[in-house]
Design a protein around this ligand. Sequence first.
Ligand code: SAT
Ligand code: MN
Length: 585
Amino acid sequence: MTSNQDLSEWVTQVAALTQPESIHWCDGSEEENSALKELMLSTGDLLRLNEETHPNCFLHRSDPKDVARVEHLTFVCAELEDDAGPNNNWMSPDDGHAKIDPLFAGSMKGRVMYVIPYLMGPYGSPFSRAGVEITDSPYVVVNMRIMARIGERALHHIEDCKSFVKGLHSLGDLSPDRRCIMHFPEELLIKSIGSGYGGNALLGKKCHALRIASSQARTEGWLAEHMLILGLESPAGEITYVAAAFPSACGKTNLAMLVPPEGYEGWKIWTVGDDIAWMHLGSDGRLWAINPEAGFFGVAPGTSLKTNPNCMNTLGRNAIYTNVAVTEDMQPWWEGIDGEKPTNLIDWQARKHDPEITGKAAHPNSRFTVSANQCPSFSPEGDAASGVPISAIIFGGRRASVSPLVFEAMDWEHGVFAGASMASETTAAASGQIGQVRRDPMAMKPFCGYNFADYWAHWLSFSKKSDKLPKVFHVNWFRKAEDGEFLWPGFGENMRVLEWIVNRCEGSVEADETPIGYVPKPDSLNLAGLDIGPATMRSLLGITPSVWVNEINEIEEYFNTFGKKVPDVLYAQIKRVRQAVSAEI
Ligand code: SAT
Ligand code: MN
């Protein structure tokens, strides 16, 4: 089926191990897609949603124990443990293969084995990379068709350029006891078994485009990051591109599709991507970003016409929903969607919804999969082979206290420090406790395919290669008052912070210098039309020295867990900030 010998040998080998009933090479065609959906409708893997209100939309209910990424079962199998680093679970490649291969033995018996050639990134872009996912899940095929560019063109790319990432996936028996997701960066190989869910199963996404790609990017001198990409167009028609890193389920999709609030007539946000950015230094010294994905795999709960109208206008057709609830007449429903809560909801586990007994109707990590080019704000540059030039990088966490609404780093080194010391409260996107503050450097804790200490050094190395790097900022939309209420309205109002950021990039607005970076002067954030008083603004922008001494101590303790490899520059930042905040106590 292919002239690439490496690929055909691998397919033969995998078939011998997994023993499928048949092998299907995916061409990515509409006919193939319809046939797969018909198949899944007949097995109950998919349910058709209300054709009148949601044309060509489907619901998939996953196994109730298989609803999120599983970080404790995710491994980086580099030769040297030190290359994986303390930020990853490690196994030697030999041990990794020895553990996972027996789980694949016969795992596809009675099933079809699908071979999906895919391309991450626009056709014709020198930055795009190919992969092949082998899977026994038709759900994976139809989702990959939305999230990546799959089929014949991708196969031609593989045949032309030879190098590609191999991803082997099987549902296995879906038992959490026999589930693991392994990455072999030195072999450009991924093996995942026992989960059909999102980032565990759609291997082009987190496994390839972040874990494997970040390790390739390190050796090749580029960056593979957990970042949205947006373009902010001013009334004068100038577009400034921004890349922003937030942990999963912290609002990347909402920010990427933001609709400017009242008072911002003539402004427009263009969406390039909502989850992943691959960034290369251009010959002009600027960082150019592409979105390796072709679709959105977004969190449904909380999405509404109020929080994200562009998204609501994207996902009403040709979408696959996973683990949402449905109304009596088969419309998708989730907590936070517009309108009154309907009676007689069926919850994500197909039960009659009763909040007293069964809790939330939609799973908190329920998702939609939808093509990016359906989005009303999808950028005309979204498929550009060159990517878009990035003027600002934003890091952001979900923190009830400590971090101000926004600050600008003093320089690249300080920006890397701000990214490396990011912390955020955990969300439902990964299994485990929700709401615990943990360090999540560059929002890459679950996704960096190598040692964070080397990763920070890699980030730092860019300032030696260019003096036209983006400015770096840190934001926190989630700061709370003593009473637990959010201080900042968020969503569309985040435009005000984006405007300040762009103005800082242009040097057209002043800021106050503080020990932790530049913060807006009280009157330099546009608050017109917002009911936010000066006291609230002080709380939002406040930097409490005693709290920051504590924060710096925690950051230092965290860095220490990475041993001697941590770049001195980061410790110098600790020293500088500690001295400055201590002097203010
Ligand atoms: O399930 S995914 O890992 O793809 C989504 C996310 O956690 O960002
Ligand atoms: Mn993500």
